[in-house]
Design a protein around this ligand. Structure first.
Ligand code: ZN
Length: 551
């Protein structure tokens, strides 16, 4: 199937052959023909073709220009202009609905001090007067001078009467002002299992970690359906512009799922969305008896649990204490008995269990529970989200029970500046170990965790292959022994991500019978030097053979 420059004689013979074969038959109708492309099909042998034909939203056939144009005809001829064509990118771990909402809150990503955070919140509040609650997301104390958690004194001064809740970059901590804490009924010294309500000198600082966040978040009023639609539409437009045609939403409740479903049925939302249910009794009671829910665009098949928190907020559960906090090992967000009963429950269903695990202890506990119920190689596709810090002895537990490590390469290049302080040099070697994780099952899905990280799949590719961040740091790459090849990274962003979502028979490659989800890029990721990865532009994005974005 690999195309190349054919010598003149062969070319002539092929023309005569195709003329002879097809001239007496009418060509078959297609809805679209893409030709003159450098098409990476991402099939099992990573073959390249020049053209493919599309009918009813699916690929009819792929091959050389001569083959496809000889066999099919269409009113819609797309000249790829010799550019690289890939299957639409799939993000194997993201938060699509929350991302849409984040586009309508104060953006705090990259703030280099808490004063800067407050300045941005003030600017947002001035630009959006009359908000009942002021929300924001993206601060990271590791970027502040001194790297310690801020307190809410400045927010209390500026916003004495309006509740303010600002999420940390990883979503595992918030800072709330006094008004929000008052509405949630919190008091100094209050305790919560699997979380922390920070109290200093007898007063609340406003910092709420992991399970404590929900105490204020549950007081935030629900969005109206129109507001929600506007946000989802904005999220979708940004996805298509980045070449993403499918996203995996890691943790939604029924209300969000039904909203996505009704918008898709009304033709107002064209993204393909794979959904993991948030681990709540209400969700499980409703969906488990029915089995996985599937439409053309929506697939509800996962259940998202949380083993622990994040490394940045020292909520990740470690086997040994943190290097930068004596005696502290983080914590589990639920009891081991909960993970066991959830695994036992789901083992008898067609749902995938997908558990967030960051620390080496969190990962070990989940791997042991999974292996208890999976007993050997299997096709249940249970996943560990992040699989971030793994003890050397535990890597083989992924392969043992066919457990999928679902990783986000940009976490490595965001965290590398401080992960060594938390973990020390020895443990750091088992962190963000993507190549080693890939070797366990022979495949590895990639994602971003947006809006925790930037939405860009190009940043994923850069971080996976070159192990550098957007600034090109560090020179030579971070822990390069765990870099992926270009082909592995492309597979991780297409067919392997599809496989992690149990959708590899529908999407993830450009082969006959698959959905015609494809993108045209102005540069070829299989060839560009590292510094041209991020400037690569998505010339066009098609989903189901329909153009969703073009430059
Ligand atoms: Zn996530």
């Amino acid at each position: 199937m690999t195309s190349g420059k054919q010598p003149g004689k062969q070319f002539l013979a092929a023309c005569l052959l195709s003329f002879g074969l097809f001239s007496c038959h009418s060509r078959q109708p297609a809805d679209l023909i893409l030709y003159h492309g450098k098409v990476y099909t991402v099939d099992s042998v990573f073959s390249k073709v020049e053209a493919f034909a599309v009918k009813d939203g699916k690929i009819l056939a792929a091959g050389s220009d001569e083959e496809i144009k000889g066999k099919y005809e269409s009113a819609q001829m797309v000249d790829a202009g010799g550019k690289a064509v890939y299957p639409g990118f799939i993000d194997a771990h993201a938060h699509f609905v929350r991302y849409g909402e984040s586009l309508y809150t104060a953006g705090l990503f990259g703030s280099d001090s808490f004063e800067e955070v407050v300045r941005r919140v003030k600017q947002f509040a001035d630009a959006h007067p009359g908000q009942a609650w002021i929300l924001g997301r993206g601060w990271d104390q590791n970027k502040f001078p001194g790297k310690s958690f801020p307190d809410n004194a400045l927010l209390n001064q500026l916003f004495p009467n309006t509740p303010v809740v600002l999420g940390r970059v990883d979503g595992h901590a918030v800072i709330a002002n006094a008004k929000a804490l008052e509405l949630a009924g919190l008091h100094p010294g209050q305790k919560i299992p699997g979380g922390e309500i920070e109290t200093k000198n007898g007063r609340l600082t406003g910092i709420l970690i992991d399970n404590a966040e929900h105490l204020v978040q549950s007081k935030i009023p629900e969005l109206s359906p129109a507001d929600e639609q506007e946000r989802l539409d904005a999220a979708q437009q940004r996805c298509f512009a980045q070449g993403l045609t499918t996203v995996t939403d890691c943790g939604l409740d029924r209300i969000d799922i039904e909203r996505v479903d009704s918008l898709q049925r009304a033709g107002k939302l064209k993204m393909r969305v794979y959904v993991m249910l948030s681990d709540s009794k209400a969700n499980l009671d409703y969906y488990l008896p029915k089995g996985p829910y599937k439409t053309d665009l929506l697939y509800v098949k996962g259940v998202k649990a949380y083993a622990d928190g994040a490394l940045g907020s020292r909520g990740a559960c470690l086997l040994q204490p943190y290097d930068d906090k004596a005696g502290w090992q983080g914590f589990l967000l639920s009891s081991p008995a909960h993970y066991d009963s959830l695994a036992k429950l789901l083992a008898g269903t067609d749902f995938q269990l997908c558990t967030h695990a960051i620390g080496d202890s969190g990962n070990r506990i989940i791997l042991q529970v999974y292996n208890k119920y999976l007993s050997g190689k299997n096709d249940k596709r249970w996943r560990i989200e992040h699989a971030q810090v793994i003890a050397p002895a535990d890597f083989t537990l992924f392969g043992k029970g066919s457990v999928i490590p679902s990783v986000q390469p940009t976490h490595a290049t965001s965290d590398m500046y401080w992960a060594g302080e938390r973990l020390g040099a020895t443990r750091l070697k088992g962190a963000y170990a993507f190549k080693q994780l890939l070797q366990q099952n022979g495949w590895l899905p990639l994602g971003t965790d947006f809006p925790v990280e930037d939405i860009s799949p190009f940043k994923t590719f850069l971080a996976a292959v070159f192990r550098v961040d957007a600034k090109g740091s560090p020179t030579g790459g971070f822990q390069m022994e765990n870099a992926l090849s270009r082909e592995e990274a492309i597979r991780g962003m297409t067919i392997w991500a599809a496989k992690a979502d149990c959708l590899e028979h529908e999407i993830g490659s450009l082969e006959a019978g698959k959905k015609a989800d494809f993108i045209i890029l102005d540069k070829d990721l299989m060839e560009v030097p590292w510094n041209e990865v991020l400037p690569t532009k998505v010339v066009a994005t098609y989903s189901g053979g329909q153009k969703m974005h073009s430059l």
